[in-house]
Design a protein around this ligand. Sequence first.
Ligand code: NAD
Length: 344
Amino acid sequence: MKIDIDLKEKSYSVFIDELAKISLPGKVAIITNPKVSGLWLSYLLERLECEQKFIITIPDGEEYKNLSSVEQILEQLFSSKLDRKSTLIALGGGVISDITGFCASIYERGINFINIPTTLLAQVDASVGGKTGVNNRFGKNLIGSFYQPRAVYCESKFLSTLPAREFGAGVAEAVKMAVTFDKELFEYFCEHDLKSDSEVAHIIAKCVEIKAGVVARDERENGVRAVLNYGHTFAHVIENLTNYSVYLHGEAVAIGMVMANDLAVRLGKLSANEAEKIRAVLAKFGLPLSYKIQSVDKFYEMFYLDKKSASGKIKFIMPKGIGDFFVSDDIDENLVKSTLRAFQ
Ligand code: NAD
């Protein structure tokens, strides 16, 4: 399966379950981590033809998505004498793809980048959109660039080695897209348990199409792309309050969606029955659905720390029924607090 991402001169394709052979001119550096390289590097090497291959490994974990890893990668690229005709390949989850894309965007002012995401989250979300970057002590993804890959290869078989929680976190992001953009895809989640490669390939393809459509309309996140943050307004506060150490991001987003749905029900945009259906799908994939809020006032204040709360307004993205969305930065504080109290 091939999905074309239409971004004029920056267009590229996402290939799903089509990694038979990649032939590239010049040198290629594969950026990965020890876990993924142990599992899937040989699979890639067998299918990659190029002048010379280099493997650059950085330690596994979000805490290594930083400028010192960038420095270490660039150092190795210069020592290996990669040039503008060379290619960087990301082989890993979202951490590896974000950091590799960023390195590709700055090395000699930009070299070719191919993304091979190996987590469900990176396949359904990070593979399209061109956001690259690293974290620093001021926050996540604050240093980066918009830089499109030349191609993306998503293999459903990579997910056979993914821990169940990581798989669930990817499902949460995929359900997020279904609820806000595609009722049919949502029904697919209700009816399938995603145990087979073909089911997984189906949802990857649908999510890639949704995200591609959104990004084509809004490459630099000025409008509709914000809808992809459904659940995130609440999730960011939960992640902050739990020091990023209790929930995976997708798990926090699942709880955030349940909270956003509660607000949407109060606003009459979503029926209680629809909210329950969404909850049931998230539960089916083992996602957490609740977080005990200690202080409603503190939780509310923390919405303002989000970099997306531009000009002191809190933006909420909610479903309008299943398959559509509405966005508001003008919701009555008391109503939001009623939702928060429901989680005390
Ligand atoms: P991750 O990259 O940390 O991967 C999660 C874990 O799974 C890691 O331990 C990794 O080594 C392991 N792993 C990866 N592939 C595996 C496989 N096939 N089998 C077994 N284990 C495997 O996390 P993630 O959830 O993939 O990505 C999260 C990151 O992505 C965050 O840094 C986030 O900011 C970023 N992100 C970026 C975008 C974007 O548009 N650029 C979108 C969403 C998320």
